[in-house]
Design a protein around this ligand. Structure first.
Ligand code: FES
Length: 249
């Protein structure tokens, strides 16, 4: 991880309580972060609050070192704001080069953590992408998504139309949910997908652990995920983990 700074060039409200910030980053290496990698930021010189904000890129333009960041509208930002940045945080989400059908699941939780992967799969692999929005995720402003993405909604957090078939045609699945629900929802998801496919291949079903990141360096152990034989830090080894390797409930 490195430290750099960026400037907010534009701010756009996209509806549903969300905004997108166009952020120009001085360090080209950080600006070229991969889908799944994130930033820890501070927007003023004081140390209050002490913990940095966790910013999630949803797209990037490598030609002019620009990242598109999606944030809730809980804090206002303005063009010209200077941002202190540490990053990139975490590893790239392990999208296989031969994935043609990508299933993204936002389980009762905003899909923001999945959107950079979605844009990358569309642009570089011409993948067909289906995005499932369940429960509270249905409040996300889908008009903001590329029209080629198939969007399916469901009021039930863990059920959606043609669920069994979707587990069958997907080459890879990435899911995100609230840290509050990860154990319950990922266990249910793992069981349902294994039942549908009879056996789960490795690197097929990933759960994203969107945990608070006090340090972002693997030092404080606040973001540990239980593996079958040890623990992994979401900030260093994640944030997407193969659910076949995670010790679920
Ligand atoms: S945030 Fe400190 S170990 Fe991950």
């Amino acid at each position: 991880m490195r430290e750099t700074q960026g400037i907010i060039e534009r701010v756009r409200q996209i509806g549903g309580g969300w905004q997108q910030l166009e952020l120009t980053v001085e360090d080209a290496g950080i600006a070229q972060l991969k889908p799944g990698q994130t930033l820890l930021t501070r927007t003023d010189a004081s140390l209050d609050p002490y913990l940095r904000d966790h910013w999630i890129p949803v797209n990037r333009d490598t030609e002019d070192n620009t990242l598109m960041i999606e944030r809730p509208l809980t804090r206002r930002h303005s063009p010209g704001d200077v941002v202190n940045i540490i990053g990139p945080v975490g590893l790239a989400f392990p999208l296989r080069p031969n994935t043609r059908h990508l299933l993204l699941l936002a389980l009762d939780y905003a899909p923001t953590r999945l959107l950079h992967l979605m844009n990358h799969a569309l642009a570089t692999q011409q993948a067909s992408v289906t995005l499932i929005l369940t429960g509270a995720a249905r409040e996300y402003p889908v008009s903001n998504l590329p029209p080629v993405v198939e969007v399916i909604t469901s009021p039930e957090p863990m059920m959606w139309p043609d669920q069994k078939q979707s587990f069958g045609w997907a080459d890879q699945i990435f899911a995100v949910t609230s840290p509050v629900f990860v154990d319950d929802y990922y266990t249910t998801l793992f069981d349902a997908s294994r039942l549908a496919r009879h056996a789960l291949p490795a690197e097929f079903l990933y759960g994203v652990y969107d945990l608070p990141l006090p340090c972002g360096t693997g030092a404080c152990m606040a973001c540990l995920v239980r593996y079958k034989h040890d623990h992994r830090a979401a900030c260093v080894d994640g944030a997407a983990f193969d659910l076949a390797q995670v010790r679920l409930r």
